[in-house]
Design a protein around this ligand. Structure first.
Ligand code: NAI
Ligand code: MG
Length: 358
């Protein structure tokens, strides 16, 4: 299979973990006879420094031509004081919007070896395996007006959705549930927000199209509590942009580290952008100690969702599990009697396993 992949390393550890993804893809290409070509483009703070904007037109153009996109992370203290249109996050929100990537899939899986890496009790975390389906290009992060008023003394943000926008993400979530354990939890704040009332109505209507999926509704505050007291009750969660952002960071404690969580941002035709859930981790950037597994697992999601290469995706996921089972881990994870290693060593172990197991 021949595929063209655009790499957006971004800032901080983004550039470090993108290197890991590339090495893993080289190994996969070699073992399975695929041809992956790569092209790197600027985004985020790095793009502000070189192009004066967090999302240069040429980056958008390259992504529009790509079969899939891998992104590291954006942001850092260097750019924190810039006006909002120049902030690195604008680049990220902008590329998601420009490519119409409305569905953000965030699988959260507790690995046996990492049970003790979570601050939660072992019996709570054990067996947790859920998927957060987050609406990505609407809701509170994109609604207008969003501005300061009265000389800065008052402020407004807007949570707006159309029926079509809610329907497409809800459909995606139902379909995801059909591929998993057939259970969908829709999370909203329907006791307060109008947008959530429509959201709930649409989920109720759509149930008829997916009779094999069991549906329940939860208010977001209760969902936040249940996610860490009884994560085993969840299969697929579907929710609004900001709720999904918050709940997925919360869910990361189930895995022991943000450095373990991959994500896929998709639209209908299969083009997707894949990135770790974590940020640019400026506190550890440049030290060679970042956990590359979230990025590597994102690469597996790319092979699965954009290229339909299930065997290849599965091999990467098996390799990650095996390396952890052998006790190897980066510094962000606490594994009793494990061996602490850096980014490149971790990547090399995964590559070795891919080559020996395929
Ligand atoms: P962060 O995710 O970058 O870091 C939070 C903590 O987790 C830090 O202590 C960091 O060292 C650690 N961490 C994160 N990923 C890790 C990894 N792969 N390996 C080892 N440790 C890891 O979030 P933070 O500190 O709130 O934000 C830092 C910058 O990243 C900010 O500028 C923020 O805006 C940006 N950010 C970007 C995101 C993106 O590009 N998708 C998402 C979240 C934050
Ligand atoms: Mg976030």
């Amino acid at each position: 299979m021949k595929k063209h992949i655009v790499l957006l390393p971004g800032d901080g550890i983004g550039a470090e973990v993108i290197q890991s993804a590339k090495q893993v893809l080289w190994a996969i290409a070699e073992e399975f006879n695929h041809e992956f070509t790569f092209e790197s483009r600027d985004i985020g703070g790095t793009a502000v420094d070189t192009h004066g904007t967090p999302l240069p037109d040429e980056t958008v153009a390259a992504c529009q031509q790509a079969d899939a996109i891998l992104l590291g992370a954006v942001g850092g203290p260097k750019w924190d004081s810039l006006p909002s249109h120049l902030r690195p996050e604008k680049g990220l929100l902008g590329i998601r919007k420009a490519l119409n990537l409305f569905a953000n899939l965030r699988p959260v899986k507790g690995y046996p070896k990492l049970l003790h890496a979570s601050p939660l009790k072992e019996e709570v975390v054990k067996g947790s395996d859920l998927l957060i389906v987050r609406e990505l290009i609407g809701g509170l992060y994109f609604g207008t007006p969003s501005e300061r008023r009265d000389k800065g003394q008052s402020v407004v943000d807007t949570l707006a959705y159309s029926r079509q926008e809610i329907t497409q993400i809800v459909d995606k979530a139902f379909k995801s549930a059909q591929l998993r354990r057939h259970h969908l939890t829709s999370v909203d704040k329907a006791n307060v927000l109008e947008s959530s009332k429509l959201w709930r109505e649409i989920v109720e209507e759509k149930k008829a199209d997916y009779p094999d999926v069991k549906v329940d509704h939860l208010l977001v505050d209760a969902a936040a509590m249940k996610l860490i007291t009884n994560p085993g009750q969840f299969d697929v969660i579907v929710t609004e942009n900001m709720f999904g952002d918050i709940l997925s960071d919360e869910a990361s404690v189930l895995t022991g580290s943000l450095g373990m969580l991959p994500s896929a941002s998709l639209r209908e035709d299969g083009v997707g952008l894949y990135e770790p859930v974590h940020g640019s981790a400026p506190d550890i950037a440049g030290q060679g100690i970042a956990n590359p597994l979230a990025m590597i697992l994102s690469t597996a999601l790319m092979l699965r969702h954009s290229f339909q290469l299930e065997d290849e995706a599965h091999l990467i996921e098996t390799a990650v599990q095996a390396v952890l089972d052998d006790g190897y881990h980066t510094a962000d994870l606490q594994i009793p009697d494990g061996q602490k290693i850096g980014t490149s060593h971790m990547t090399a172990l995964i590559v070795e396993l891919i080559k020996s197991q395929s």
